[in-house]
Design a binder for this molecule. Structure first.
Ligand SMILES: Nc1nc2c(c(=O)[nH]1)N[C@H]1C(S)=C(S)[C@@H](COP(=O)(O)OP(=O)(O)OC[C@H]3O[C@@H](n4cnc5c(N)ncnc54)[C@H](O)[C@@H]3O)O[C@H]1N2
Ligand code: MOO
Length: 405
């Protein structure tokens, strides 16, 4: 049975990279760029004013002096001719510096008088000027291939008029729930049925990373139904199944994988929850078969599937960092020899992470998943952790350690 790290490495080494598509930068936010984008011109395109004020010749303003105003340049305008000697030009932020001027004096450092503008302090040549090409030079790579397009990158691309770029396609992931006991949310409740919560939880987790869920519904516990639905799911870029993967009499997922000729790379992992997690592939399509207990489904998605799907979409930073946290409560593991993910809530005090058990760690207990900000990774060789001990955690969301207001 592979350890957690071995299983994760096996998956990450098998998954294929998605193809490329051209997308508008508005739609490409959060996705990974698949080409180097080069600057077609200098930025700024012209030397310009960094302040609303006056363009001056610094040499004219070394002593307190009053000079006449010979022109006005708004942002988007230009003077059209050199600045007349012995005068100044009123200028707005971003407007091109007129020929003959070598400094900008902000309006608040001047006084308007009848005869012109008074400059009480000496002016340094070059002050408040933004030079042509000081940000980016023509031919420079402004956003390299492999970059995640955040607002900063989208802004940079937009400022060069680059509105379509080549990016990795979002991975289309089919989700299949299995089990005779399942009904869909909204169906009439009957005593013996359980609502399929895993599909929508998985779909939400997929959307969070920019993947596209395709919901296949529920496969009843027969080989034929499971096979039919899995075949349908294999039309997607990846397939996730939930439940039916353990050793129960009606757990058909693994049998169907064999029937379909899929290569099963592992069918158990040294983790709790998630021990029966199975990973297979058919041709190049990855198939993640997750255990059905709702917490097991979410934890195995988070720890094993999420990194893989990110990698498929061209991401290189796919593994969450381990953060060291101090326990405020004891944590106890039921079994030695497996890596145990325990649900904890998090506080950040004086820059330090503090973790408390969120409650019952049974894999059927959803409430403690709702209350969890992070998963504590309790190593294989130790079963008890006391308040005050250090543990490693994976945050469950990007908001998990933000401060309240
Ligand atoms: N003899 C053994 N029994 C079990 C083992 C084992 O090693 N030997 N492993 C246990 C572990 S650990 C897990 S996890 C479960 C996983 O089993 P399956 O993945 O085959 O899941 P099911 O038994 O079909 O369902 C488990 C549980 O989850 C509920 N469920 C299933 N699908 C959904 C869904 N879509 N939405 C909400 N809830 C769902 C289901 O009703 C069950 O209660 O096996 C243990 N047994
Ligand atoms: O491995 Mo099961 O997923 O512990 O509950």
């Amino acid at each position: 049975m592979p350890s957690f790290e071995e299983a994760r490495a096996t998956i990450l080494n098998q998954v294929p990279l998605m193809g490329l598509e051209r997308a508008s930068i508005l739609d490409a936010g959060g996705r990974v760029l698949a080409e180097d984008i080069t600057a077609l011109w200098d930025m700024p395109r012209w030397t310009n004013s960094a302040m609303d004020g006056y363009a001056v010749r610094a040499a004219d303003c070394q002593e307190p002096t009053t000079l006449p105003v010979s022109g006005f340049i708004p942002a988007g305008g230009s003077l059209g001719s050199p600045m007349e000697p012995g005068t100044v030009v009123k200028i707005m932020t971003g407007a091109p510096l007129p020929e003959g001027a070598d400094a900008i004096v902000p309006v608040e450092d001047t006084e308007e008088t009848e005869g012109g503008v008074h400059f009480p302090k000496p002016v340094k040549a070059g002050s408040h000027i933004r030079h042509k090409g000081e940000d980016v030079q023509r031919g420079e790579v402004i956003v390299p291939t492999g970059t995640i397009l955040r607002p900063a990158e989208v802004g940079m691309l937009a400022s060069f008029g680059k509105i379509f770029v080549s990016v990795y396609r979002p991975v289309r992931v089919a989700i299949l729930a299995t089990g005779d006991e399942l009904i869909e949310p909204g169906d009439p409740l009957t005593e013996d049925k359980i609502i399929n919560s895993n599909t929508l939880a998985l779909a939400t987790a997929l959307r969070e990373i920019g993947a596209e869920p395709t919901i296949l519904g529920i496969a009843r516990d027969t080989r034929e139904a499971t096979r039919e639905k899995m075949l349908e799911g294999l039309k997607a870029d990846a397939l996730i199944t939930s439940a039916g993967v353990s050793t129960g009499d009606r757990d058909f997922v693994r049998t169907v994988l064999d029937e379909l000729g899929a290569e099963t790379l592992f069918c158990r992992v040294g983790i709790k929850p998630g021990r029966p997690t199975t990973f297979a592939r058919l041709d190049k399509t990855p198939i993640f078969c997750l255990p059905g207990n709702p917490v097991s489904t979410m934890v195995t998605f988070e720890e094993l599937v999420r990194p893989a799907l990110l990698k498929m979409m061209g991401h290189s930073r796919v593994i969450k960092p381990l953060i060291e946290a101090t326990l405020l409560t004891d944590l106890t593991k039921k079994r030695l020899g497996v890596l145990n993910f325990q649900r904890v809530s998090i506080e950040v005090r004086d820059g330090k992470y503090l973790a408390s058990c969120s409650g019952d760690q049974n894999t059927g207990i959803l409430k403690t998943m709702v209350q969890a900000d992070a998963l504590a990774l309790l190593p294989e060789d130790r079963d008890h952790f006391q308040a005050g001990d250090q543990v490693n955690i994976h945050l469950l969301s990007r908001y998990a350690d933000m401060l309240e207001y």
